[in-house]
Design a protein around this ligand. Structure first.
Ligand code: FPP
Length: 248
């Protein structure tokens, strides 16, 4: 594995611990080919598999992908259904990841998802719980603001029960109440690098708390066309940046 890394990235490259990916541009990819949007998502799901595996090969410890936002319900019903079907289909095939010892977790509000999908999510989480080569977080019905509200409610509940006093609410307490802290036995660290393909340059409510000091990498490539070499280019650019975290 170390040898592979050496061959793929220049000597001394700093690999981010946690990468977030906004998988954007599936619709435009399909439109360019006069195909239905759902075929763009299908192609995007293939890219997701390839890139996740490649991230593991490069030594990335956490990858979070934005698969469905709290705002995506505004899309046409048939597109939403196609995405939910795609998630279920993927979860049926998740053994590929199990073979690679990748832990799979989900972040977001599950209460609005169909029962069959929720059951599969839980089962994948359970069957991959003990893997530690890399953790893959899939954000479904996820919104950064919704996550902060969820954390605030959890803290309020604890205050109400007398387990916590308001003075004890600090950044750590809030951080430890986010969806990214609800992975049994683990808390995903802040995201180091956020990759957004397709030419858009915004965060779109993705990990707004965890991205406080993230570096951003934007590219015009549409997500279904994003290749392992593009991931390497993003990591190399990240490695060349000087992160100061507010210091000098
Ligand atoms: C944004 O592109 C993409 C999405 C809302 C869906 C992302 C989902 C996948 C890539 C499938 C991943 C599968 C699994 C199993 C996690 P867009 O449709 O907004 O593209 P556009 O801006 O070109 O219209």
């Amino acid at each position: 594995m170390a040898d592979n890394k050496k061959a793929l990235l220049p000597e001394g490259t700093k690999v981010p611990v946690h990468i977030g990916i906004i998988m954007d541009g599936n619709g435009r990819w399909a439109k360019k080919r006069m195909l239905p949007r759902k075929l763009g998502h299908r192609e995007g799901a293939q890219t997701f598999r390839t890139i996740t595996r490649h991230a593991k090969l490069l030594g990335v410890r956490y990858v979070t992908v934005y698969a469905f936002s709290t705002e995506n319900w505004r899309r046409p019903v048939d597109e939403v259904e196609a995405l939910m079907d795609l998630f279920e289909k993927y979860l049926d095939e998740v053994n590929d990841f199990v073979d690679e010892h990748i832990r799979v977790c989900f972040i977001g509000d599950r209460s609005m998802l169909r029962r069959s999908l929720r059951d599969k999510m839980e089962s994948v989480e359970k069957s991959s719980e003990h893997f530690d080569s890399m953790t893959l977080l899939i954000a479904i019905n996820y919104g950064g603001r919704d996550e902060v509200v969820h954390a605030a409610k959890k803290l309020a509940e604890r205050v109400k029960k007398g387990e916590l006093s308001p003075e004890d609410i600090d950044e750590k307490a809030l951080n430890d109440s986010l969806y990214t802290a609800e992975l049994a036995g683990d808390i995903a660290p802040d995201v180091d690098l956020i990759i957004r393909p397709s030419g858009e340059q915004r965060l779109s409510n993705f990990m707004i708390w965890q991205a406080a000091y993230a570096e951003y990498y934007f590219t015009n490539i549409l997500w279904p066309d994003f290749k392992p070499a593009d991931l390497e280019a993003a990591i190399i650019e990240y490695s060349d940046r000087n992160r100061r975290f507010g210091g000098v």
